[in-house]
Design a protein around this ligand. Structure first.
Ligand code: GLN
Length: 275
């Protein structure tokens, strides 16, 4: 037996699910905007829609992230396909994009996004700086495929490829490196809560208290950056001081940290002014 939109919403919430989550699942199952649910509560779901919604409610009840269930998450106003091969783009990461844009104008710039995942950072930058030559690297072939799909869907020309950070990038060939690498300590209790449990550990967890990948990238960056080039990192809220120290020791100058809207130190950067 089928049911109305209004009933389907009430049923979802009565299972203990969040109201907005339930609305997103139902409007995605119906392929309608969220406002449709409120405008047409008495319309009936078709049997296939009901089946789909039913399956999604069950997945959400098991804790699976909405972004994996519906296969999409918005970042920088760009709808990005998401799946379990990559991290779900976070609003926090928009600070990294904003900071890069505040430092680098529209002049042609060779930019590399390391650990690109869905391609979120690279694609957001391309949408704002069409004259830049932007590539994204990830060590996971499935992530690279997903990022390529996102680039095609959005009509943005960004090259995505598999790589080990920037180890195989030609020396002195990049003006700007950006990265949101894995930076969570394996013992962080945050890893056992909520959506994070379903995300690939390889995209989240790093050794040495979460700092190991910053270290590797700083070392490689000083080789592949041009003179005057810059490196921008997203990092955890308690990692700014060690990341700044790594940048300074790695030969970077004008090192600084930017806080996010929650008041946490979130992005650190430096320029390579001499080699
Ligand atoms: N900010 C993310 C989180 O706290 C982690 C992102 C990352 O490791 N790069 O879940």
């Amino acid at each position: 037996m089928t049911e109305t939109i209004g009933n389907a919403l009430i049923r979802g919430q009565s299972l203990g699910l969040d109201r907005v989550d339930v609305q997103i699942l139902l409007c995605t199952a119906l392929q309608k905007p969220r406002t449709y649910l409120l405008a047409w509560p008495e319309r009936m779901l078709t049997e296939p829609q009901k089946q789909l919604y039913q399956g999604w409610l069950a997945r959400r009840l098991r804790g699976e992230p909405i972004a994996y269930i519906v296969g999409e998450r918005e970042f920088w106003s760009l709808p990005l396909k998401t799946n379990a091969s990559t991290l779900i783009p976070r609003p926090d990461t928009e600070i990294l994009v904003e900071t890069v844009l505040a430092h680098f104008g529209p002049a042609p710039t060779v930019c590399l996004d390391l650990g690109t995942g869905t391609g979120a950072i690279a694609l957001a930058l391309k949408s704002e700086r069409p004259g830049w030559l932007i590539s994204g690297i990830d060590r996971q072939p499935h992530a690279v495929e997903l990022a390529q799909e996102n680039a095609v869907t959005l009509g943005l020309t960004v090259e995505f490829r598999v790589g080990d950070w920037c180890a195989d990038v030609a020396p002195g060939s990049v003006d700007l490196l950006v990265s949101n690498p894995p930076y969570i300590d394996a013992d962080d209790p945050h890893l056992r809560l909520g959506d994070v449990r379903f995300e690939p550990a390889g995209a989240l967890v790093a050794e040495r208290g979460g700092l190991s990948e910053f270290e590797k990238i700083v070392e490689q960056a000083s080789v592949c950056l041009t003179l005057g080039g810059a490196l921008f990192f997203e990092h955890g809220w308690q990692q700014a001081a060690p990341v700044r120290a790594m940048l300074a020791v790695g030969g970077f100058s004008r090192v600084e940290t930017v806080t996010d809207y929650g008041g946490n130190e979130r992005v650190s950067l430096g320029y390579l002014e001499h080699q």
